[in-house]
Design a protein around this ligand. Structure first.
Ligand code: HEC
Length: 124
């Protein structure tokens, strides 16, 4: 019996490792630390900031029921990885006069990538 369990563990371990790696890449931790105070990713769930459900590919200023600044509404942006990265590096230099305050940006590129990878998974 014991050897059978050991055999199973060996047979399944490559799968377990793969799952762990994927989860690590899209970890919510960076998002939770930097964004979650103000943003939810759930559809319709606007907080201090608009919900970020499906934000990649979404037009700026499009979360229903959220009162955006004119700066965001008239930015003409459709969010993709590049624009998101620029925005969260330094919101005010990318879209001057936006209202995402007092958030001043995430300086670390690896952390920004983690946040964006997480938003791409678009969990509900
Ligand atoms: C202090 C609260 C706060 C924090 C922290 C914050 N945001 Fe925001 N965010 C806002 C507000 C408020 C707006 C709306 C800004 C406006 O209307 O000018 C906004 C807008 C946005 C938008 C534009 C959404 C749209 O529908 O066009 C994106 C994208 C965004 N935030 C991403 C992030 C990410 C990613 C983080 C973490 C790195 C973050 N924000 C951290 C408050 C915050």
């Amino acid at each position: 019996m014991r050897s059978m369990i050991a055999g199973l563990a060996i047979a399944f371990s490559p799968i377990l490792i793969e799952v762990a790696t994927a989860a690590e890449e899209a970890s919510p931790e960076a998002f939770n630390n930097a964004c979650r105070t103000c943003h939810s990713w759930k559809e319709g769930d606007n907080r201090l900031g608009p919900n970020l459900h499906g934000i990649i590919g979404r037009k700026a200023g499009a979360a229903e029921g959220f009162g955006y600044s004119n700066a965001i509404k008239s930015s003409g942006i459709t969010w993709d990885e590049t624009s998101l990265d620029k925005f969260i590096t330094n919101p005010d230099s990318f879209i001057p006069n936006n209202n995402m305050k007092p958030f001043t940006g995430v300086a670390d590129a690896a952390t920004r990538k983690q946040i964006i990878d997480f938003l791409k998974t678009n969990p509900n």
